[in-house]
Write a protein that binds this ligand. Structure first.
Ligand code: ADP
Length: 489
């Protein structure tokens, strides 16, 4: 039996992306399809998404109209996400705005984000209940899969207002506990939920409304994107206030690692690379390395070329990276960094690059092609995250032989095998791990990396082990399909 799943998300490649959520939501339909799951994705109608589905004829197909969706006129439009069905929530008052999906051009969050994304959840529940008709019949779904706080209210609406008295099961996936979607208690009256939803096991959170909290409390099952992060969020350090609720949900919470989209990330056929390669000829990477050094204006040298590709935030440990830069250069390393985010970190990085000409180079901004060239030409990618639900850049690094140097947390702990003596002897090491994101441990990890790099045959072996791993969606797609199947009667 085919299971029909509505995946609700605010980002999906190739239509809209601010982070890893987009990679995952974009890849999921194809990942679960071989396992008997037909997935339709629901996205908000941001200007870029509407433009992409307008196609050459310029007229998308309207499949449902709401006179007032939480008070706002809205339509559901049909389109395609790659080869898979897409529904777009066209609600101009909520989504037709310049800026990022979540805020204005100056970087301020939209004050009505609770309304924008509660409406997405309300629409998802209506659609899952059959409000969209196709071929004269209601289009039915068996389950709703909500991603992050932006989609979390879909679970709450299904829980409290089941369509036609059949409560559909739901899965809530947490891609990052740090983003929770909170609003004041006064908005509750505008959510169109029954009064019992204002409770500890509903949407109420410390006297206000918590969108992610509501999803975690009401979903049939909760997943996060690595087994280690699923354990970590039971503690105050990682749970960000929701650790009690996570612990209370007990076995309903589990971790499924993300995969990478091997159609886009494959060094043997990546059009962004000067030289393509496989694990049988990683020496070809040296061409990419020289091209990357030239592109960043870096000196060539005997030590490793480190790369960083990231949002520039505290989560990603960028303040500690700034502290260890002198050490990195002092032991013969060079650094090429691509990132955008926190204005102060951006300024300090530019200052550090000016202090180390030819050794440290920084590109501010978002550049997909450059991120591929960096994975294909760098020797090692640094991921000093304070917490990392799964992390994708270390997976791309593994696949491209750009050896990951990572903090031992979340998905980083689950995907990289530290090159300690035992792992080296057993021939299974794929990178370097360190405990605690502080100067001493990060600097020591950099020193270990430089020493390993100097032993060319050992380094080559680590690189080959890294590239031998399977980071595709095969295993994760199967795991999600099994989870869905366990929930659908
Ligand atoms: P997060 O979702 O927390 O930002 P992940 O590692 O899960 O972190 O995913 C980040 C994604 O965004 C990866 O695909 C990474 O390559 C990409 N990325 C991050 N910053 C940039 C940038 N400045 N330019 C290009 N790609 C970037």
């Amino acid at each position: 039996m085919t299971i029909r799943v509505l995946s609700v998300t605010s980002e999906a490649v190739p239509l809209v992306k601010t982070g890893g959520l987009a990679d995952v939501a974009g890849a999921l339909p194809a990942a679960v399809a071989p396992h008997g799951v037909a997935m339709t994705t629901l996205l908000p109608g941001y200007p870029a998404v509407l433009a992409a589905i307008a196609g050459s004829r310029g007229k998308p197909r309207v499949v449902h109209t709401w006179d007032a969706l939480l008070g706002t006129p809205a339509r559901a439009l049909a389109g395609k996400l790659g080869d898979h069905p897409l529904l777009v929530l066209d609600a101009p008052a909520l989504f037709a705005r310049d800026g990022s999906p979540y805020g204005d051009l100056a970087g301020n969050d939209w004050a009505d984000n609770w309304h924008r994304f509660a409406a997405l959840g309300r629409a998802a529940a209506d659609i899952a209940g059959g409000c969209v008709r196709s071929g004269g019949k209601p289009q039915r779904f068996d389950l709703v899969h909500a991603h992050d706080w932006q989609a979390a209210m879909a679970c709450a609406y299904l829980h409290y207002a089941p369509f036609a008295n059949t409560a559909l099961p739901s899965v809530m996936t947490i891609h990052n506990m740090a983003f929770q979607g909170r609003a004041g208690g006064e908005v509750f009256a505008r959510l169109d939920l029954p009064s019992q939803a204002w409770s500890l096991d509903g949407v109420e959170y410390h006297g206000g409304v918590g969108l992610l909290k509501a999803g975690i409390a009401t979903a049939s099952r909760v997943t996060t994107v690595s087994p280690t992060y699923a354990r970590e969020i039971r503690s105050a350090r990682f749970g960000m206030g929701l650790e009690g609720l996570i612990a209370a949900r007990g076995n309903a919470v589990s971790g499924i690692l993300n995969g990478i989209d091997t159609a886009l990330w494959d060094p043997s056929r990546d059009p962004a690379l000067a030289a393509r390669f496989t694990r049988r000829n990683p020496e070809k990477r040296s061409l990419n390395k020289r091209a990357l050094e030239a592109e960043f204006g870096l000196d060539s040298g005997d030590g490793p070329l480190f790369v960083v590709i990231t949002r520039l935030t505290w989560q990603k440990g960028m303040d500690v990276l700034l502290e260890v830069l002198d050490h990195l250069v002092g032991i013969g390393g060079r650094l090429a960094l691509l990132g955008s985010g926190d204005a102060q970190i951006e300024r300090e990085l530019l200052r550090a690059a000016a202090r180390h000409p030819g050794k440290v180079a920084v590109r501010l901004g978002y550049d997909e092609g450059l991120s591929h060239r960096m994975q294909g030409g760098g020797d090692a990618i640094l991921v000093p995250s304070r917490f990392e639900p799964c992390g994708l850049t270390q997976l791309y690094g593994l696949a491209y032989g750009c050896v990951p140097v990572v903090a031992r947390t979340g998905g980083l702990a689950d995907t990289v095998i530290d090159a300690n003596p035992a792992a080296l002897a057993a021939g299974v090491a794929t990178g370097i791990q360190f405990d605690g994101v502080d100067y001493d441990s990060f600097a020591a990890a950099l020193s270990r990396t430089v020493e390993l790099f100097a032993q060319a045959p050992v380094w080559r072996a680590v690189q080959r082990n890294a590239m031998a791993g399977d980071f595709s969606w095969t295993a994760s797609g199967k795991a999600y399909a099994e989870l869905y199947r366990a929930l659908v009667p």
